[in-house]
Design a protein around this ligand. Sequence first.
Ligand SMILES: Cc1cc2nc3c(=O)[nH]c(=O)nc-3n(C[C@H](O)[C@H](O)[C@H](O)COP(=O)(O)OP(=O)(O)OC[C@H]3O[C@@H](n4cnc5c(N)ncnc54)[C@H](O)[C@@H]3O)c2cc1C
Ligand code: SF4
Ligand code: SF4
Length: 434
Amino acid sequence: MPQTGNILVIGAGIAGMKASLMLAGASSKVYLVEKLPIIGGKVIKNEESFPNLECSTCMVAPIQQDVLQNPNIETLTYSTVEKIEGSAGDFSVVIRKKARYVSLTDCIGCGMCYEPCPVSLKNEWEENLINRKAIYVPCSGSLPNVPVIDSEHCLRLSCGEDCSLCAESCAFEAINLEDVDEVLEIDVDAVILATGSSTFDLSSIPDLGYGTLPGVYAPLEFERLFASNGPTFGSITLRDSDKVPGSIAVIHCVGRREQKYCSAVCCMYSFKFARFLKHKIPSVNVFNIYSDICVPGKNYQSFYKSVEGVDTEMLYTSSIADVSVSESGSGLKVAYPDAAGAMKELSVDMVILAAAIVPDDDVIELAKITGVNLDSRGFIATVHDGSGSMETSRKGVFVAGTAEGPKDIQNSVVQAESAAGQVMGIVTSEVSVS
Ligand SMILES: Cc1cc2nc3c(=O)[nH]c(=O)nc-3n(C[C@H](O)[C@H](O)[C@H](O)COP(=O)(O)OP(=O)(O)OC[C@H]3O[C@@H](n4cnc5c(N)ncnc54)[C@H](O)[C@@H]3O)c2cc1C
Ligand code: SF4
Ligand code: SF4
């Protein structure tokens, strides 16, 4: 098949990876740019994914491997796009490939360089539940399995200290402490934005105790606590103690009042958590406190029905915005108005806040660089809102996945393949014209 154009895909989560594979399969040359040192996005934080509770690693690892091994995909990790000029069919792109300080070709991922590093700081990828070194991979099972040096915290690179302990411990001479950023200039025909989303800032609602009460958890923290490659190797124990929680409340729709839309996945991940908890701690009592339930379609409804009353007790509140969490002895007290508006109290050991899905922190900057419009909620807008088209306000630039709005894995993949299909429509028509 003839080469059918160069395509830039920004973001290597499930949406970006699936779009890249489809385009590479149709003989396009794909530049896949990911800002983190690893690919996979948020799905690799989950041990299992709803609705079938499929092992996430088993689902995503083959996709990650296919991306990294595909000769038509140039994966640029630890990289960001700085400029996009031109128009559809003829974009000039500037990409900054940050210095990694470790060779992707010489490193064999043995991990011998981590231990000697004297620096210890919170691992953001692990939701700050564990520490890492200045030379590190974000999690076990990272792909590519090659560490990166965090130059802001490395003693040599940030403070000029005479340290090279990591390089001395590498038998493969894979570490280059003199590495520098690289700037690449490429030409592409079309662009797909697949930069994902973020979760609501829970500390902005002080009444829920996130950040002040150690027993209160964000949903991605809980995903990592449950994960067998996570900070506790999958054992569910309370922060700063080895105590296994005996009772847990999951509070739905946190941030919905502020965001004014349904985040589409929080009910389902809350029910997934209830199933996980009962599976790991059969004696645990789980309560889901909710005002609305969103479980559309045949699979979600039946998953909810299988969990309701079996893995969790459902507690309706007439006002989710009036739920509060406070300290009570060695545990937590959740106060909520019941259906009649009377205040009720619940004593639990742990609270998980089902945070709304919100636009990624970087999206405004990305919109400026790529010249696309955002919608009224701050997600990347499509031009034909409602028709299913993935084209943005800039011709030749498409969007897919949660960068466009909250959605699950299946719908992110559907959008990714739709965006790739629309891009193929452009590049194959150019090939047939020329
Ligand atoms: C707690 C929780 C549990 C969930 N559980 C499930 C579940 O069980 N089942 C299910 O179907 N869905 C679940 N979801 C939803 C699922 O996570 C999303 O549907 C999926 O991650 C969307 O994939 P994505 O590729 O659009 O975005 P992401 O997974 O967020 O990937 C985006 C990628 O883009 C990169 N990126 C961001 N900005 C830039 C930039 N400027 N330049 C370069 N790269 C960039 C990011 O680093 C990331 O790698 C859950 C969501 C949450 C919050
Ligand atoms: S840089 Fe060297 S020591 Fe560190 S993981 Fe790679 S091969 Fe092993
Ligand atoms: S040079 Fe930096 S990364 Fe390497 S061991 Fe020293 S502090 Fe750690």
